[in-house]
Design a protein around this ligand. Structure first.
Ligand code: SF4
Ligand code: SF4
Length: 202
């Protein structure tokens, strides 16, 4: 049996109905975000770009143990540890992270690395603007990841606070650099003594 034809609106009503939809949409709340002019505030615990933290006197918290690299499911972290010396000290203990890289072409920002870090050297910031047109630029180096200097800090390498040891740093007994602390020459990074005289960073 032939199907009954459906009742349709007269031809002139269809465009009017279309305008009705448009008209109603004009008064709805806009969902479009005006990025990048207006940046959205992230949640407090948002997983963004990583940061390598410092002790309150400026020495580095990273001990070069590589646990973050082993925990990473995306193989995005590369670490090379090295020994501190009295002449060139980057962290309070025996070892420090000489080379530290995170490849943001691989990283999925899962946060497993910061869970694995035994010294809270590695945390994540709220910074999410990581896009780049070059793969090489997506490999962040230690210099890019290291936290900036705050008041009371002296840039590493420098000597440990006199009369303290590594444990005292983790107990929070060192709150700022000792008076007279000066930055040492970063010989292992190819810095020459005369560079430091001119204030050139490693
Ligand atoms: S956030 Fe996840 S993927 Fe990114 S470096 Fe850390 S462990 Fe690897
Ligand atoms: S960031 Fe933490 S886990 Fe990674 S090498 Fe440094 S101390 Fe070890």
């Amino acid at each position: 049996m032939a199907e009954e034809p459906k009742e349709t609106k007269p031809g002139f009503q269809n465009p009017v109905a279309g305008f009705g939809v448009t008209f109603k949409a004009m008064f709805k709340k806009r969902l479009t975000e005006q990025y990048p002019e207006q940046k959205k505030t992230t949640a407090p615990r948002f997983h963004g770009r990583h940061q390598l933290n410092r002790h309150p006197d400026g020495l580095e918290k990273c001990v070069g143990c590589e646990l973050c690299a082993w925990a990473c499911p995306a193989d995005a972290i590369y670490v090379e540890g090295a020994d501190n010396t009295d002449e060139e000290r980057y962290s309070p203990g025996e070892r420090y992270g000489r080379v530290y890289q995170i490849n943001y072409a691989r990283c999925i920002l899962c946060g497993l690395c910061i869970e694995a870090c035994p010294t809270r050297a590695l945390t994540m910031t709220n910074e999410f603007e990581l896009a780049d047109s070059s793969r090489a630029n997506l490999i962040y180096t230690k210099e890019q990841l290291l936290a900036g200097l705050e008041e009371g800090m002296v840039d590493s390498p420098h000597s440990i606070f006199p009369g303290t040891d590594e444990q005292d740093y983790y107990r929070g007994l060192v709150t700022e650099a000792a008076p007279g602390t000066v930055r040492q020459v970063a010989v292992s990074k190819g810095e020459k003594p005369e560079d430091q005289d001119q204030g050139v960073d490693a």
